[in-house]
Design a protein around this ligand. Sequence first.
Ligand SMILES: Nc1ncnc2c1ncn2[C@@H]1O[C@H](COP(=O)(O)OP(=O)(O)OP(=O)(O)O)[C@@H](O)[C@H]1O
Ligand SMILES: [Mg+2]
Length: 494
Amino acid sequence: MRVPNPPRAKDLMATARSFGTYDLAAALADLIDNSIKAKATRVDISFEPYENDVVVRIRDDGSGMDMEALKVAMRPASSNPQDVREPDDLGRFGWGLKSASLSQARVLTVVSWCDDVVSAARWDIDDIDDWEMEIFAGEEAERLLDESRKSKSGTEVIWTRSDRMLDRDVSSSLDDLLTFAISHANHRLSLVFHRYLAGEAERRLTIAVNKQPLCPIDPFLTAHNATQTLDAENIRTANGSVISIQPYVLPHFSKLTVDEQERLGGPEGMVRNQGFYVYRNKRLIIFGTWFRLIPHGELSQLTRVRVDLPNTVDAEWRITVDKSDAQLPAALKRRLREVVKRFNRRSFSVHRKKGVSLDVPEVQSVWLRYIKNGQVHYRVNRDHPMMASLLDMDSVSGSADAVLRLLESYFPIDRFLADANGSGVNQSPTSTEEFESLIHQCVINFLQVSDGSLDVDDFLVFIRHVEPFASQWAYAESYVRKNTAKKWGMKNGL
Ligand SMILES: Nc1ncnc2c1ncn2[C@@H]1O[C@H](COP(=O)(O)OP(=O)(O)OP(=O)(O)O)[C@@H](O)[C@H]1O
Ligand SMILES: [Mg+2]
């Protein structure tokens, strides 16, 4: 005997709130996926604080839905993950619209229009009995929009009672929490959809948040002339799908401005964001991981490998409901490990090549090279401002000078030559933090020679011809200009 045993509506929808690990950006991304599938060219997202709530509207100018299509779209598990999808379809589970929205809010309303007919439907998780959903037609549906329709067809998703959207904490105001959440989401969406925003897909997509269009963040900085594009490779999977692998080595930080560096590194920094960037139909789904093929390290921080998956390999990669995770199929592991090792040697050499000038007359180098009795000698430059300041402080005991002489006389030449001819030697800072700490030290030295007054332009003149800043000027200058007012209270700072 068989008896029906369906889930209770309330309980299943409450569980759907926790499918995947959606944060605000991931939830918005899932809705944008739907807009892309509906051939939208524009998505407008607005956040309106309202009493203790935030109403979020995500409107697109895609193909829209009539009432029948809308009813299907609102149905939980509206399609089967095994179904074959159009090649440009970013969906898979038939859950995204519902689970992404309910992960953030308790009420999901969708208004959709096409052929001048407006339809709307609503799930309210506090008011679902027997799977009954509220629907609205005509005028009633139209009134749910706060701005009139501009496109011939389109869809607006509305979240209300957004209880899970913000990490509520009593010490911060709703406005502050919202500003923080929006700025994080903006950064993430600019990255996740950068190829759509840049017009690399079939249609260019505009995404505007509170009327501000997002600019694409290209994690490979392909437009920068110091980015190295290495040879691409295609890997054919068992089912005949082609996965393409395109590695890049990013420019050394000295070739970037602080803004470029921040956009590339994101809030987590460059070291965290190295690794594979896996795209499914040009939409970024996972990034900043080597899938444990190699460890995350300082020297591989400049390597980023673009992996393009078609949606025909979803099952093998175990794409998750929120599209924010995937697992590397075992068959690909070995191939990728070889590929990665090769790329990393290039990233290493970008770091290694960065030396600083030694024999440029107008630059205060750290080391001086001179020839005495036909023999080459290296000597620490006592006129370098940081060295001069050290010696000045220690003028009575003279031990600083003694230490410098000690370092010069006992430099391990044989060992150094062997290493330089072998696997190579890397002495230059590999992280911006090391470089920045030198700038900070230099500010202290500058204060000593300038009687305590700090002027940005004077300071820049002071370090313009001093190593290592002279060789890495783009970064040094933008870092000083950006931080002067904030960190050091300098005049003329931005
Ligand atoms: N903005 C939209 N414009 C037009 N149709 C839409 C829109 N959003 C959703 N739909 C329709 O609703 C269906 C269900 O969307 P939903 O996001 O729940 O599932 P999916 O996209 O099929 O799969 P996934 O769970 O992987 O996102 C879509 O397949 C699409 O037909
Ligand atoms: Mg979807």
